[in-house]
Design a protein around this ligand. Sequence first.
Ligand code: M6R
Length: 630
Amino acid sequence: MCGIVGYVGNREATPILLSGLKRLEYRGYDSAGLALLEELPRAVSTSNGHSAELVTSTRLIIEKCKGKVTDLEEIAANKPLHSTIGIGHTRWATHGAPSDVNSHPHTDQNDKIAIIHNGIIENYAHIRDRLIARGHSFRSETDTEVLAHLIGEFYSQNHNLTESVRLALNEVVGAFGIAVIAADDPNEIVCARKGSPLVIGVGNDNEYFVASDAAAIIAHTRQVIYLSDNEMATVSRSGIKTRTISNIEITKPVEVIDMELEAIEKGGFAHFMLKEIHEQPRTITDAMRGRVIEEEGNVILGGLQNHLKDLRRAKRLIITACGTSFHAGLIGKYMIEQYARVPVEIEYASEFRYRNPIVDDEDVMFAISQSGETADTLAAIREGKRKGSLALGIVNVVGSTIARESDAGVYIHAGPEIGVASTKAFTSQLTVLALLTIMLGRMRHLSVVDGRSMIRELLQIPDKVQQTLDSTERQITEIAEIFKDAANFLYLGRGYNYPVALEGALKLKEISYIHAEGYPAAEMKHGPIALIDENMPVVVIAPQDDVYEKVLSNIQEVRARKGHVIAIATEGDEKIKELAEQVIFIPKTLPVFTPLLSVVPLQLLSYYIATARGCNVDQPRNLAKSVTVE
Ligand code: M6R
């Protein structure tokens, strides 16, 4: 999704903005741009007409283009731009196709003000018509240009920049994270947010940063101020002034981000996605760290300690999430219902938020989100809270909006996930859901002995993931070569591995653009079986669990129609070797934990198929890392 970076200080702004934009590339974008304020010294004759006095004026410079940040970098390299204040943007098209003219920054009618914007202004058409009637004309198809003109209207009525932005924002409906500069106010960036994240970095030597994601500024500072919805800030070399959009002055705490620079670099791997797949033994360990009490067969989740009573008496849990996080939630439902015997409903956040769901104060809601910024998930949790439910978050990004808006929650501690295709966050979400299951189970019917044996097995998962990576990666590169040109893939699984089939199919389509579908294995005969012929690879997740024999029958059905079976099976399973064309073995574990292992070869398979097809794995077309619009 779109990215924002801003800088005001004493250094050259352009390289800081460009490197910040590069750090945001992972979010997904189609164009990039910069706005800078360049100081122009000029000589003015004095009244006696003899000597000349040096004064400065400021020029607004905009450079923007469809394409990558490197394209913008090239433009900037050919026109050395000198400025110590500026804003930069990566755009992910919503209103108007990706093009030079639709790229941000956009300017007002007098070309005095430049704005970058993440989000959607819903009433832009109405405002645009009003402005056209007042003589404005627009160059782009974007909602953002309309906001630029609206701010410009107030600015031309002699309001200062902060007030002009504030007055304009009071008229807009929708979501925004914005940063604005003006040629006549060369010392400040005005920024604001509603529904789209924004963080202000406090640097050394009177320098400040603005970003939609801390990754853009972490190379310069770890001290940040998070703006909340309906808040704005005026950031200048002399400090930060914060207020609400309704004009109440506020004081915001400076927080320290706990993130290392290496965590957002590739560390020798060809892609972030591959690095993140390989990080999983460590990230799963991190998700468990300090949370298990092996002897008591129990778990302590610090963030939930104040809500144990609510969790004990909850009549129902509701999990809401999107994409990969939804798949983790579906496995969570299976886990919790089996071991804690609490009914769990799971629903796509985008559906939940609009269908008047039944929620009451005996329900406990969990929102699962890697980014903590997904607009649908955020709206769902707000809806749940409004209806009286306790709302808990299972989130990766510390300080993200969902983390801050939920009543309490559990961080998954996977570290920054840069690859658009979620991998390590998924297994960390599963780990936290497994811990939650044990905790809820121990509050109810799970014995200490059973709790203990689950914990012992869970503690071995990181080593088993490592074993899976070591023993399958080479084989998977070969399988990828064989099937890389397939037009379709089918993924089948049952029980705990049905959501893994959904996840495997999602991974493949996201990064290789091959059509793939995940199905509960037994449902195949109710429709998808019609698709199977000698061109169809079918990935079947078939560990030796209680539905193993049933899944073998499903494999037979695929073979009978000449489909190519790639099986994910338990090591030592000789029987399956006779049935499947390709068998990828994973270590044995409890059925409840098999998704933590079975998903790993599926992540690798999608990665190696995508790279064999020459796809841009970390930034797949049309996708955004965090989906902050509806
Ligand atoms: O940040 P979130 O977990 O809330 O994101 C939800 C989905 O947008 C996300 O999982 C998406 O499906 C990924 N691209 C999957 O790889």
